[in-house]
Design a protein. Structure first.
Lengths: 104, 694, 284, 208
């Protein structure tokens, strides 16, 4: 049995890790734009990738979604929601940009 | 002096907002019909209120019903709401058919503006305030019983959802008495519904009614999904859930994810109208295509929200009345899940004609057709369920059979519409109207009616009259075919939907037939009312207190009819898909348990009705630009929510003694009832105890 | 059942009605009058035949099985626990999947073939027409002929027509059932539709997207003239109509339907653009 | 780990509390589902923003209006508030003193209000530039998306106040604990939405 105070410390460590990672990732994204070298498209791709990574960090360290069995329900829920939302967003963008292209 | 105050208080209300004043000033048929409808609403409300006062039932209604958080009572209230709203929408449907039948090369008796309000209210009510409450009510009543639970996961939230829906429905009713309703159809396409083209209150009524309703449905979806996920009784694994529960789960998932697009669409439209945003306006970069896209992101899953619970009902009914296990349980579950997921991938088929590339149209057309496969699987599974069974032609079973044969036709016209080129021709014509009534009436409505006949004895303790049920069934089927088959022909001849007058004499015979059909459908509804009346009158003879009138299979039949407040004295434990059916054959399901325990249930709460009333007031304020009312309403709602979070004494306990008394009364009745064979289930010999055969 | 005799009598009356009413279908795609509508109709027939074949089993099996296995027929076998068979599973999943795959191929081909933007293959260059949906009428501009009409689309039979559509008001949808499918027309945007009439005639055109009080009146005739008569008509229009002026422009945006079609003997060169810009600026 | 521990956000409920573990589990799971439904709303507003982005019709453009530094500061405020909320959760879970719990909640609240203040300030500057929602489709979509997140933060702040009052009146009874847990999910979730906002709205707008 793990002692209460150890658990507490490890939990605090989780939050600290999350916080530091989040700060680093945000800083990287802002830096990529502030000192932009790449083309706009690839700069935006970098920003999006960093955002995705940071979201994962949040889910993992702050929202406690993990691959452990006990959190499986929540994980499945989040993944399913992501699929549906992704479908809706991607569909919307594809359709509306196509329409726009065909109508000017 | 009144100059400043009155407008601030009354917003944009003026005398001409009252249909009576309008009818007085312009006494033509159309305005008089409008005033008449308004009068019916007012007089009806006054009569009901007077009757309740006379009987001294206000306190009873308030404390036993309105503030109740019991899922069974909430379910019944939902269905009563559906019934009230349906009566109005049905009359509107019949009026539209009469108008079109009389308006061939003549103006008919309903002015264009009024006709537009008719199809808009009819569609809005039928979808949001008839179909949704009906299926929500049915799930509310039945699902917790089927999974062996004492209530849903969030009983108070359940009551809030009910009252939000009721508030939204009240708003639609209010539009009959003050102001007008939208003329933009149930889909409310801008820019027509923007301020530039629809400046009046109508669109605002529509926006807020639909928004409140969709918030209510989202909350309901969350509630049901969590209930099914977390509150199943011991041993009820997912693959042991009755099919109705499966469909309820999938419908809830659809509600959770498909209602938000609607909320976004109506909210953005409201921003355009109230705060001069430019999402869907013609000018300043607005883009109405985004509205169509958002609306149908909701709209298509919505039609499966409507149909899935009906599929669940048919699964239960066909199995029970064939005295047989459901054929292909697993494939039915898979089919349901596939339909759920696919329904998020086809929304573009509602605007194939907007001009996108052939690749996109074709991809979405193919996805649409794919839904035909799991749907067909379901139909065949029901056919094979009857195969090698003993089919009893009770009213719910008749509805199921009529459904299977008629729904297929609607499904086929759906496949036709899924071909973009064919849709270019049929879109916006009566062909489409025929398609969706062909899905909604034989699918959704027959399903709900089958469920109503099937579970009514469970909810009220007596069976519905069989003879009037059959009469009504006959009218439903014949009426449907007469009313809607002609519309396929008219649509294929190019007659546009939503037309108030017709200029083609050769359409006349078809319009007549459709009119006759609509009258028959009105007759069908009337016979349902007669049936209810006759059944209540003869209820003594048709008692089924023992609780199992149809030789049922699921847990809901294992308790008394009507069930006690706490549903199950002892939470059940199951080890098969048909626990009660097997239980009856293994040992005595009417043996008392070893011991009774105290049961804790949530206490009644005013939260739901309070939020409903405040939401209705706030929405009304928004519609009429009475800002004070809107602000007070919104603040008061927050206050109620916060106050509720401070409530602590939220449960009450039923003592073991009381449970025991209630249960023993039932067990004694079951012991005294005669077990009856299936041949006699429609006679008054049926007291709710089934003769157990092999 | 008590309803039966009356039901039968009614049913007997139906075919009669249908005969009388079949005239209705002549206004639809069944009576197609151009290559596009003809392809639509062929597709209709193919899909219809396939679907009838698929509907058959359900329509037959449902009543047959229900009746044969009725409770009172005690002679048949009764196996309440029978609930699965791999053969049947295969039968209810695989053939429908096959049919849907087959139909998908058909769908893909026809959707591309009948893409409304796709020019019609023909030896002649298409006639260019710009169509503007208005409250409650249609304006047709002939940019090459420099004329315009309201509520009448005159075209030469046999020659493809290329429509560019926009709206001067809310969204509308243009449908000419006997010639082609419909396409939306929206403010600030331009959509396209290709069609052709294969023989002279008069065909109904309409807006099918509800747009207010006068919606039901927003119909017009498409007049397909013999190829030789078309230039004559253009000449006549130039000679007899009156030129499109500022008043006419303002009149386009009045909410009304003219009782008679109108012909303008000349139309400003950028009228179409002008309308697009105007609606984006004024919002209505 | 004891079996009867409620798993989400690492919270433990005492044995004699009002709610059973099953109820608490449903309460938290239900809130998750609600958040996902809310996430769909945000997703669609992002899609709308993407669609409307080119619709500046001659008015202010993203490059005109967005500023890197204020956005970065707002980001840091919000991230820090998530961290301090995490510390509040730990305090609650491990039975730290009520003062400590209230203290962390208070810090979170202040950070939240700081964020709101900065955001409002940004909006005021935009307004004074003539970048108002009625100017163009692009600005409409900006002002539907970003302030909606702000509104969520506002509700979260009110909720924090309510929970602080509840901690003072009821102590840490089961319902307070469950509600704090839900508030935590809500607060962290708003961070996730903010990540999307600063990436898709602000940073994208400032890329040259
Ligand atoms: C569930 C949905 C539903 C249902 C049941 C119906 C039922 C009917 N509908 Fe309608 N209809 C719509 C949904 C529905 N409709 C929609 C969405 C539109 C489009 C609106 C738009 O254009 O925007 C529309 C449009 C529409 C039109 C306009 C067509 C046009 O555009 O030109 C017409 C015209 O006649 C019509 C007719 C009818 C008739 C005669 C009935 C009925 O007479 C048929 C009989 C139905 C009933 C009698 C209801 C019965 C319910 C019960 C009996 C429950 C009983 C309850 C208990 C027992 C507890 N409908
Ligand atoms: C309960 C409601 C319901 C249901 C279940 C459906 C089911 C289907 N619908 Fe329908 N639909 C509506 C309600 C419904 N619809 C409404 C309300 C509208 C219009 C809204 C408005 O504009 O106002 C609409 C509009 C609509 C359109 C848009 C038309 C347009 O606006 O131009 C399309 C186009 O694809 C379509 C297609 C389909 C298809 C393919 C199915 C399929 O799910 C059908 C599947 C069933 C079968 C195919 C039959 C059984 C199957 C077999 C026996 C197996 C064998 C089959 C094959 C191998 C194919 N529907
Ligand atoms: Cu609408 Cu382009
Ligand atoms: Cu659909």
């Amino acid at each position: 049995m793990i002692r209460q105070s150890d658990r507490k410390r490890s939990e605090i460590r989780t939050y600290v890790t999350g916080y530091v990672l989040a700060l680093l990732l945000s800083a990287a994204a802002f830096a990529a734009v502030r000192w932009q070298h790449a083309t706009p498209t690839s700069a935006f791709a970098v920003v999006l990738a960093l955002a995705l990574a940071q979201m994962v960090v949040h889910f993992r360290y702050f929202l406690h979604i993990s691959l452990q069995r006990s959190a499986r329900d929540d994980l499945q829920l989040v993944l399913f929601s992501a699929v549906i939302a992704g479908l809706m967003v991607a569909g919307t963008l594809v359709i509306l940009f196509d329409l726009k292209a065909r109508m000017s | 002096m009144t100059d400043g105050i009155l407008p601030a208080v009354l917003g944009r209300f003026e005398w001409q907002s009252l249909p009576f004043v309008r009818a007085w000033e312009h006494p033509n048929a159309s305005e008089i019909v409008g005033a008449g409808a308004g009068a019916v609403v007012i007089i009806g409300a006054i009569l009901v209120a007077a009757l309740i006062t006379r009987l001294g039932k206000w306190r009873y209604l308030w404390s036993e019903w309105f503030t109740s958080v019991d899922h069974k009572k909430i379910g019944i209230m939902y269905i009563v709401l559906a019934f009230v709203m349906l009566s109005r929408a049905l009359i509107e449907g019949v009026l539209m058919r009469m108008q079109q039948a009389t308006a061939v090369n003549s103006p008919g008796f309903i002015a264009p503006d009024h006709f537009a309000q008719l199809f808009s209210t009819h569609g809005t009510i039928m979808i949001f305030f008839m179909a949704m409450p009906f299926l929500t009510g049915l799930i509310n009543y039945v699902m917790p019983l089927q999974i062996g639970s004492r209530d849903v996961a969030f009983p108070v939230l359940n009551s809030v959802s009910l009252w939000l829906t009721a508030a939204a429905a009240a708003l639609v009713m209010a539009s009959l008495v003050v102001g007008r309703f939208s003329t933009g159809g149930w889909s409310g396409y801008p820019p027509y519904t923007e301020l530039a083209f629809s400046p009046g209150v109508g669109t605002d009524y529509w926006i807020w009614a639909v928004t409140l309703g969709s918030v209510g449905s989202t909350l309901t979806g969350i509630n049901f999904a969590v209930t099914i996920y977390k509150m199943r009784c011991a041993g009820m694994r997912l693959m042991r859930m009755p099919l109705f529960v499966w469909t309820a789960l999938c419908t809830s998932i659809l509600m959770i994810f498909a209602m938000p697009p609607l909320t976004v669409a109506t909210a953005l439209l409201a921003l355009d109208r109230y705060l001069d945003f430019h999402f869907f306006t013609n000018d300043l970069g607005g883009n109405m295509m985004n509205y169509a896209n958002l609306f149908w992101l909701f709209g298509h899953p919505e039609v499966y929200i409507l149909i899935l619970p009906a599929f669940g009902v048919f699964s239960e009914v066909v199995s029970t009345f064939s005295s047989k296990q459901l054929y292909g349980y697993t494939s039915l579950v898979i089919a349901t899940a596939v339909i759920t997921v696919l329904s998020f991938t086809v929304w573009v088929h509602h605007f194939f004609t907007m001009g996108q590339a052939a690749d996109i149209n074709a991809a979405f057309g193919i996805a649409t057709m794919a839904i035909g496969v799991p749907t067909g699987v379901k139909i065949y599974d029901w056919i094979w369920t009857m195969f090698l069974g003993r089919v009893r032609f009770t009213v719910p079973m008749l509805f199921s059979l009529a459904f299977m044969m008629t729904f297929v036709l609607g499904g086929f016209t759906g496949i036709l519409l899924a071909f973009p080129p064919l849709d270019y021709l049929a879109h916006n014509t009566l062909f489409l109207v025929a398609h969706f009534h062909n899905m909604l009436i034989p699918g959704l409505l027959y399903g709900m009616l089958a469920g109503y006949h099937y579970w009514f004895p469970k909810a009220f303790g007596f069976r519905l009259d069989e003879k009037w049920g059959r009469i009504s069934f006959g009218c439903w089927v014949l009426g449907f075919y007469l009313a809607f088959m002609p519309l396929y022909v008219l649509g294929a001849s190019g007659m546009a939907r939503r037309t108030q007058a017709v200029f083609e004499p050769s359409f006349r015979p078809w319009l007549y037939v459709a009119g006759i059909g609509a009258l028959l459908l009105a007759g069908a509804l009337a016979s349902l009312f007669v049936q209810l009346w006759v059944s209540v009158r003869d209820r003594k003879a048709n008692r089924v207190f023992a609780g199992d009138p149809w030789d049922g299979r699921g847990l809901e039949w294992s308790i008394s009819a009507p069930p006690p407040e706490y549903n199950f004295a002892v939470l059940p434990q199951v080890n098969s898909r048909h626990p009660f059916h097997d239980g009856k054959r293994q040992d005595d399901p009417y043996a008392p348990p070893r011991a009774y325990e105290d049961i804790t249930l949530p206490r009644n709460s005013m939260t739901g009705p309070a939020i409903g009333i405040l939401a209705a007031a706030a929405a009304f304020g928004l519609v009429w630009h009475m800002w004070w009312l809107a602000i007070i309403g919104a603040l008061a709602i927050s206050a109620v929510v916060i106050a509720r979070s401070f409530a602590r004494d939220v449960e009450h306990t039923i003592s073991a003694d009381e449970v025991q008394r209630t249960e023993q009364r039932w067990l004694r009745a079951a012991a005294n009832a005669a077990p009856i064979p299936r041949e006699l289930e429609m006679t008054s010999a049926n007291q709710g105890l089934a003769e157990v055969s092999a | 059942m008590m309803l039966a005799p009356r039901l039968l009598r009614l049913l007997a009356a139906l075919p009669l009605l249908a005969l009388g009413g079949c005239a209705a279908l002549e206004h639809g795609v069944m009576n197609h009058a151009g290559p596009i509508a003809a392809s639509h109709w062929h597709l209709y027939v193919i899909v219809g035949v396939v679907l009838v074949a698929v509907a058959g089993p359900v329509l037959l099996l449902t009543p047959l099985i229900a009746w044969h296995y009725r409770l009172s027929n005690k002679r048949h076998a009764f196996r309440p626990k029978w609930d699965f068979s791999w053969t049947l599973e295969g039968l209810i999943w695989i053939p429908p999947i096959g049919i849907v795959i087959g139909l998908s191929v058909l769908l893909w081909d026809y959707t591309h073939m009948l893409d409304p933007y796709r020019p019609i293959a023909s030896g002649q260059a298409p006639l260019e027409v710009q169509a503007v949906g208005l409250d409650w009428k249609w304006l047709f501009i002939y940019p090459d002929e420099h004329i315009a009409t309201i509520n009448r689309l005159t075209i030469p039979a046999g020659r493809p027509v290329h429509l560019r559509l926009t709206s001067g008001t809310v969204m509308q949808s243009l449908l000419i059932p006997r010639l082609a499918g419909q396409i939306y027309a929206m403010t600030g945007m331009v959509s396209q539709l290709n069609l052709a009439a294969s023989h002279p005639g008069v065909f109904l055109g309409e807006n099918t997207q509800f747009n207010g009080k006068g919606f039901q009146d927003q119909k017009f005739n498409v007049v397909a003239l013999p190829p030789a008569d078309y230039p004559k008509w253009v000449g006549q229009a130039r000679a007899s109509g009156h030129p499109f002026d500022a008043d006419d422009f303002a009149g386009l945006f009045h909410k009304s339907s003219p009782s008679q079609p109108v012909v303008f003997s000349s139309a400003p060169p950028h009228l179409f653009r002008q309308i697009i810009v105007r609606s984006q600026e004024t919002g209505s | 780990m004891s079996a009867d521990e409620v798993r989400q956000a690492g919270l433990e409920l005492g044995r004699n509390d009002l709610l059973t573990h099953e109820q608490a589990g449903s309460a938290i799971f239900g809130f998750w589902v609600f958040l996902m439904s809310d996430a769909v709303i945000f997703a669609l507003l992002f899609a709308t923003y993407g669609v409307m982005l080119p619709a500046t019709v001659g008015g202010p453009t993203p490059a005109d209006e967005y500023k890197l530094v204020p956005t970065l500061i707002e980001t840091v405020l919000l991230l820090t508030s998530s961290f301090t909320f995490g510390l509040a959760s730990v305090a609650m879970k491990h039975g730290a003193s009520r003062r400590q719990l209230l203290g962390w909640l208070g810090v979170t609240l202040i950070l939240g209000i700081g964020f709101l203040g900065m955001e409002l300030h940004d909006f005021m500057i935009m307004f004074s530039d003539g970048a108002v929602p009625s100017r163009s489709g692009y600005l409409s979509s900006f002002f539907a998306l970003v302030p909606l997140h702000g509104l969520h933060v506002f509700f979260g702040s009110v909720w924090i106040v309510v929970m602080m009052v509840q901690v003072l009146t009821f102590g840490l009874d089961a319902r307070v604990k469950v509600n704090l847990q839900r508030l935590g999910l809500f607060w962290h979730f708003l961070d996730v939405v903010w990540i999307a906002i600063f990436s898709v709205v602000y940073l994208q707008g400032m890329i040259q």
